[in-house]
Design a binder for this molecule. Structure first.
Ligand code: GLV
Ligand code: MN
Ligand code: MN
Length: 413
């Protein structure tokens, strides 16, 4: 067999093997879904596995104070080219979101090490902690620590079980006090991330890779509606202050308002009701609203509309309601030169490509505010993501990894 063909076959085999291995950490059961939430044992096991893989290539790798896996291919001088993504998932998420970017980065290191490549600047592979923010509403926790943001105030955030973020960190062997030592951005030259598209465009256009132009911004809002608990059998329907009735009216109107607005997407993805018994009128309903738009101004405009809408319904229903912003990520334009480097790498690899925006959030939004950042998308079957059915074919994954590898080689030469 020709050498090139054998190498390609090996790359496919290794990538599939790595994805399969990773998908065992945090597997939910037989639906193929994965739960690797921030600071959880399955995520830390997956991170430990990655450390071992990189060390087997003769490189240094360890977890930093934010739980990010940082692997280092040292060079004589210069700031590092960081290749990153994440190994955490949403609850019952898919096998590819984040994981494929990390595995593709690992594949790139393997291929470049094997070919005798000598980087002219350090290359780091980083798997960021808690990109999803699904457990504590703390998206991009790891990348925010990596760029030196002060995150101490997030320690008191609680998850659905009432566990504080600071305590989840301690249980995993980390401390909020040491977090500032995760700052490494001053030694970084640029950032590249491969990710699944999580939307339908590449598949529909039958295109191999997408070069990302900009990433939509997001706001994580938290609404708390307060009424009064009461007896389900004795309280007349007209004499109730039912927090859940108010919350459901709000949710319906919020989604309608987003559809009318046209520039935003709004999703209510969690709701908690208390006291939470079938024979008790809900005294409190707490829900999240994830708002996305390509312009910050559109998010601001929609948040203001949402705030008015919530106040109106609370008044009508005799309830109290509050609205808080738990997290905010500004939209980001990706670096023009890095887009050019990815296009050149796609051409070299013989991959068809298109330029496209990202509706999903990524660590690149945080890193890209400090250093030039570039992102490459590979197709998602049916556009499905944050779902166990998430899928990218081995061919598409390997082609993406090849484009990434060529871009890394060019940028680190
Ligand atoms: C990250 O997956 C996001 O919520 O966009
Ligand atoms: Mn995701
Ligand atoms: Mn992701």
């Amino acid at each position: 067999m020709l050498d090139g063909q054998r190498r390609k076959l090996n790359a496919v085999t290794e990538l599939i093997r790595d994805l399969q291995t990773l998908s065992r950490f945090g597997a939910d059961g037989d639906d193929g879904g994965i739960s690797r939430l921030a600071w959880s044992p399955p995520l830390l096991e997956a991170s430990g596995w990655l450390v071992q893989q990189v060390r087997a290539l003769g490189l240094d790798a360890d977890l930093d104070a934010a739980g990010n896996v940082v692997a280092v291919w040292a060079a004589d001088g210069g700031d590092a080219l960081v290749v990153g993504s994440h190994l955490d998932t949403v609850p019952n998420g898919g096998r590819f979101d984040g994981a494929l970017g990390v595995i593709a980065g690992l594949a790139a290191l393997r291929q470049l090490r094997g070919s005798g490549f000598q980087p002219k600047r350090p290359i780091w592979l980083v798997s960021f902690m808690d990109e999803e923010g699904a457990r504590f509403s703390t998206p991009m926790f790891g990348s925010r620590a990596f760029v030196g943001e002060d995150l101490q105030h997030l320690g008191t955030r609680t998850d659905g079980d009432g566990t504080r973020l600071a305590d989840a960190m301690s249980a995993a062997g980390f401390s909020l006090e040491a977090l500032s030592s995760a700052r490494a951005i001053d030694r970084v030259h640029g950032y590249l991330e491969l990710h699944i598209e999580q939307g339908p465009v590449l598949e529909a256009q039958d295109t191999d890779v997408g070069v990302v132009t900009h990433i939509a911004g997001s706001a994580d809002l938290q609404v708390v509606v307060t009424g009064e608990a009461g007896h389900a059998g004795t309280t007349p329907m007209g004499a109730r202050r039912d927090a859940l009735v108010g919350a459901s009216r709000m949710i319906t109107l919020i989604c309608q308002a987003a559809a009318e607005d046209g520039d935003v997407r709004a999703t209510v993805g969690t709701i908690a009701v208390s006291p939470g018994a079938s024979n008790v009128i809900p005294a409190r309903a707490e829900f999240t609203v994830d708002v996305r738009a390509t312009e910050d101004a559109a998010i601001d405009r929609f948040s203001a509309r949402l705030s008015a809408l919530i106040a109106d319904i609370a008044r009508e229903e005799g309830l109290e309601a509050s609205l808080d912003e738990a997290a905010r990520l500004a939209p980001l334009a990706l670096d023009g030169d890095l887009q050019g480097a990815l296009v050149a790498a796609a051409r070299e690899a013989g991959a068809s490509f298109t330029s496209m925006p990202s509706g999903a959030a990524h660590d690149a939004m945080v890193i890209g505010r400090h250093v030039p950042a570039g992102m490459l998308f590979v197709p998602s079957r049916g556009g499905i993501s944050h779902n166990p059915a998430e899928y990218t074919s081995a061919d598409d994954a390997v082609r993406g990894a090849e484009v990434l590898t060529r871009a890394i080689a060019q940028l680190a030469s």
